[in-house]
Design a binder for this molecule. Sequence first.
Ligand code: ZN
Length: 261
Amino acid sequence: MAYTIIDRRADALGGQRKDRALSAITTIGWHYTAVLRKNRAFITNHEAYWRDTLGWNRGGYHFYIDADGNIYQNYDYERITWGVKDNNWYVVHISVEAGNGNDYSQAQIDAREWLTRKIMADLNIPASKVKGHWEIYNNTSCPGYTKAQMDAFRAKLAQPAGSAAAAAPVAPVQVAPAPTPAPASKWVSESGTFAPDFAINVRSAPNTSGAIVATYNKGQSVRYDSYYNDGHYVWIHYKSYSGYDRYMVCRENGRAWGRFY
Ligand SMILES: [Zn+2]
């Protein structure tokens, strides 16, 4: 299948600059955005978070693949972007709009393979230097693949595109590298208001097995009295009018699912 790279370099957060020589680039880094594909976030949402919440002067990724598998270029290869901790000067970053290692669509996986092969050819980077985020700096489960899965992708990329060996699918697995453990599960008192960016379930317990008792939609807001970081999600708590404890996610892997007031 033929792909087109949609050029948004003129619009990307922080613009373009020649921060490094092409010869400095040795590695291609794979990422997910940590927002589920069904939420239909877009690169501009992530840029707003980086700029407004994290205070970044540029984005995380040279290339971005949206929920439908469309490829966007945010930065020139020579631009250094903020994709991983402490190791960005030698990496070209690709991020895919997906919430975890099992959330990628085949269209996204195919587009990522095509783009990765193009960058390998452009910069003379071998398949062995295609790395998952956590393989470059291990403070995350991003991009949600095990070492065995990454090895299988690298083996495919080492074969010519379209060959039988390259066509073999990499089996999804349910077990991803463990996220960095959170500090002990402590609730922290904090009064605030949270306004979701999209529909978020309200549950009877602070875990995704808790019964869904309501949903807050974009445009609504909820006043909360405390929060708790389980290492993946940050949960807020409030008491319902009828006196029940209610919980909802406000962040996933550090990324806000809405605004705080
Ligand atoms: Zn990442």
